[in-house]
Design a protein around this ligand. Structure first.
Ligand SMILES: Cc1cc2nc3c(=O)[nH]c(=O)nc-3n(C[C@H](O)[C@H](O)[C@H](O)COP(=O)(O)O)c2cc1C
Length: 171
């Protein structure tokens, strides 16, 4: 799949088959994530890969909309050092989107999940207090027999999304 198709066909998917994701494929999407640029090339993002069923079950308590995440074969928990500057969430977003688009190109489904209760996640995974843990991404083979769960909607039209030259001017 070419890059543009991988970007444009990406949808967030919360239903997965039981089939394991081979480590080589996990490594490939992790490579896509780690190669993202960061502000001043500080590279403050690190990830924790979780496949153990008990840990996945425990991580459900980390988010308010995370009740389904234990069904994903792989969970990638995104962290960033709290002193990495004001744009550190942009850095995380670049990593996570790289990972999800690369996964889509390989046929893998994914979904970003907010971690509202970072202390819970820190305690489960042994993450130090100076490291923020705002998001995780689930990963697995899409279960096409299940209807999509959660909120899925169309995107804002290009004419409403983009303005040209000045706020409020149609492109
Ligand atoms: C910053 C962010 C936080 C999100 N948090 C959650 C979450 O906590 N739980 C969840 O199931 N989905 C979460 N999502 C997934 C969104 O619901 C999804 O991106 C949106 O509904 C579009 O879905 P679609 O690609 O299927 O159209 C999150 C997405 C983003 C970008």
């Amino acid at each position: 799949m070419d890059a543009l198709t991988a970007i444009m066909t990406k949808r967030d998917t919360r239903s997965y088959t039981d089939q394991a994701v081979p480590d080589e494929l996990v490594d490939r999407v992790l490579d896509a994530a780690r190669l993202a640029g960061s502000a001043k090339n500080v590279q403050p993002v690190r990830v924790v890969i979780v496949g153990d069923p008990e840990t996945k079950e425990a991580l459900k308590a980390g988010g308010d909309y995370a009740a389904w995440i234990d069904k994903a074969p792989v969970i990638v928990v995104f962290t960033v050092t709290a002193d990495a500057g004001p744009r550190r969430m942009f850095d995380i977003g670049r990593h996570a989107q790289n990972l999800m688009v690369a996964a889509n190109a390989l046929g893998l489904a994914s979904c970003p999940v907010t971690l509202h209760h970072e202390d819970v996640v820190r305690s489960i995974l042994g993450i130090p207090v100076e490291v923020e843990v705002p998001m995780l991404v689930s990963l697995g083979w899409p279960d096409s027999t299940e209807p999509p769960a959660g909120i899925a909607g169309p995107r804002v039209a290009l004419g409403a999304y983009a303005m040209r030259g000045r706020w409020g001017v149609a492109p």
